[in-house]
Design a binder for this molecule. Structure first.
Ligand SMILES: Nc1ncnc2c1ncn2[C@@H]1O[C@H](COP(=O)(O)OP(=O)(O)O)[C@@H](O)[C@H]1O
Ligand SMILES: [Mg+2]
Length: 297
């Protein structure tokens, strides 16, 4: 059996915790009682169909909207507003002020914090621009860049802030398939090097498996937790494999299957070593991956 159950009180505290989060817009519930824990170094993915509240949860984590019930905390402190410890990369290419150059865009939030001098901000900006492969484009304006390059700038700008958690809301969804793949690969490469903590939103099952080490499945209207999966063993290289296909089918079943019979079409053992949490209330039997927390799946 590929599942291993561990106690939630087993030691390490989560970096980011969503605890029974319900989000509402004018009395309409967007998410209901959503709980999850993100640990340092996780690539935690919120996956679900359009309208299940992924963006709303990300915005709540960023501190842009306040839960109607429940809470989000970071390092044990309740999130009460935006902060430099949580930086968001959005899907939209227009997230970069067009009148600023690439370098000025990356420097801008650093200067806003007033924690670094202009000289240091410029140095850091050049460092991160190189890290995302944009050396030579420092003085270009966003409108002269491709969509993929604009997203690289947004990633450089976010990483330059060295946030506790990098929040990404479908950052590659508007890119063509090849560029999207390339960006997923480069995000993986950056993570291998830097081991930042990522909270990543997508509606693509494949992208969730490629990007994440843990995946929270959400069902819509209102968004609720369906399951939590451990997906650390998948990457772009394994994307065509039978194991990957099986995992992806099982996720599809969990998200869209009429009942658990459909979801159970592929057993976890067959689908590979990914663990799942079928019901968020069974907190005692929370399952954890082996991604840095020493528990083998
Ligand atoms: N600003 C808003 N005002 C009113 N309703 C909203 C707003 N933003 C999102 N919603 C609603 O909340 C639900 C979740 O939306 P969202 O978080 O954008 O989902 P997702 O990102 O998963 O597609 C949807 O039903 C959506 O219509
Ligand atoms: Mg969204």
């Amino acid at each position: 059996m590929s599942l291993q159950v561990v106690s939630p009180t087993g030691g390490i505290a989560p970096l980011l915790r969503a605890d029974g989060v319900s989000l509402e817009y004018g009395g309409t519930r967007a998410t209901h009682d959503v709980s999850f824990d993100v640990y340092r170094g996780d690539r935690f993915v919120l996956l679900g169909p359009s309208g299940c509240g992924k963006s709303s949860l990300l915005k709540a984590a960023a501190g842009f909207i306040k839960p109607a019930a429940g809470s989000i905390s970071i390092n044990g402190e309740e999130v009460r507003g935006p902060g430099p410890d949580r930086i968001v990369v959005f899907q939209e290419f227009d997230q970069l002020p067009p009148w600023k150059t690439v370098k000025e865009n990356v420097m801008f939030p650093l200067l806003m914090t007033k924690r670094v001098s202009r000289h240091e901000a410029a140095e850091r900006a050049m460092h991160w621009i190189a890290k995302v492969g944009l050396s030579g484009f420092e003085n270009a304006h966003p409108h002269t860049l491709s969509g993929g390059m604009k997203q690289r700038v947004a990633i450089a700008r976010a990483l330059a802030m060295q946030p506790e958690v990098l929040l990404m809301d479908e950052p590659f969804a508007a890119l063509d398939a090849l560029t999207r793949r390339k960006m997923q690969e480069e995000l993986g490469r950056l993570w291998e090097e830097l081991r930042f903590t990522l909270l990543f939103v997508t509606h693509s099952i494949e992208e969730a498996l490629v990007v994440g080490n843990r995946i929270l499945l959400l069902s819509p209207h209102p968004g609720q937790v369906r399951a939590e999966l451990n997906s650390h063993q998948f990457d772009l290289a394994s994307a065509g494999s039978a194991e990957f296909q099986a995992a992806s089918q099982r996720i599809h079943g969990l998200l869209f299957g009429a009942d658990d019979a459909a979801a159970g079409a592929v057993a976890p053992a067959q689908a590979g070593a990914y663990a799942e949490r079928a019901d968020k209330r069974s907190m005692d039997s929370r399952v954890r991956g082996n991604d840095g927390r020493g528990v083998a799946p």
